[in-house]
Unconditional design. Structure first.
Length: 230
């Protein structure tokens, strides 16, 4: 009888399955960030690798993370503009500005002091990020808050976006610009310049390197890919 009872006890026990850790891909240049140690504490599997675009990949969302200081400096040297253009390759993208509890992003008192950037320049750039580049901005208190946002984001369902959304919203003129913008490093401004100068996509593709450089300068080199074999 006792043997039977013992058998029943063990047979009713459910084997505990180990939960698979959610993976977050992080650019290796973030290795010294305290955000990573927080994410490890939350139980995430962190994979360090070289990311060409963004600092964190959570599901299919690319995140560019900036501290307040880094945001201002990358705004001044226009590095952030390039990063925002590169983020366009992801349908789901975010810019996180970290440390607003520790440092002011801008202050109207700077106008009189003549220190740093004019607050309206920063306001204008923030608006451009949202309206021109369609990149949502999240302001976080500190590295711990950044990690919490990433943790919450990881729990969101990773839905496949519709491929027809963009096509439906573009008219013929906008579609031409969109096609030219798809070349690496060619933003809206340069795409418009090319279309105004050369009129059609065909003329742009068939244009000589010399003609392209008249409009784009060194950026014209990107069109060399047109003649390269697959």
């Amino acid at each position: 009888m006792k043997a039977k009872q013992l058998f029943n006890i063990f047979s009713n026990k459910k084997s505990k399955k180990k939960k698979t850790k959610k993976k977050i891909i992080v650019d290796y240049r973030e290795k010294n960030s305290l955000v990573i140690s927080e994410l490890v504490e939350y139980g995430f599997d962190i994979e360090m690798r070289e990311l060409k675009v963004g600092d964190y990949l959570v599901n299919s969302t690319a995140i560019e993370r900036k501290t307040v200081n880094d945001f201002i400096s990358s705004m001044k040297n226009k590095r952030l503009v390039n990063q925002l253009e590169e983020l366009q390759q992801y349908k789901s993208r975010l810019l996180m500005i970290e440390g607003i509890d520790e440092q002011e992003l801008y202050s109207d008192s700077e106008i009189s002091k003549g220190v740093g950037m004019h607050p309206n320049a920063i306001r204008g750039f923030l608006l451009s990020i949202i309206l021109k580049y369609n990149v949502p901005i999240i302001f976080t208190k500190d590295y711990q808050d950044t990690a919490k946002f990433i943790s919450v984001l990881s729990k969101k369902e990773d839905k496949e976006p519709s491929l027809n959304v963009t096509k439906k919203t573009l008219n013929r003129k906008e579609l031409k610009q969109f096609i030219i913008e798809s070349f690496h490093g060619i933003g809206p401004k340069n795409a418009k310049k090319l279309l105004k100068e050369l009129k059609t996509i065909k003329e742009i593709i068939n244009a000589s390197e010399e003609d392209l450089k008249k409009v784009l300068g060194k950026k014209a080199d990107v069109f060399k890919i047109v003649n390269e074999k697959y």
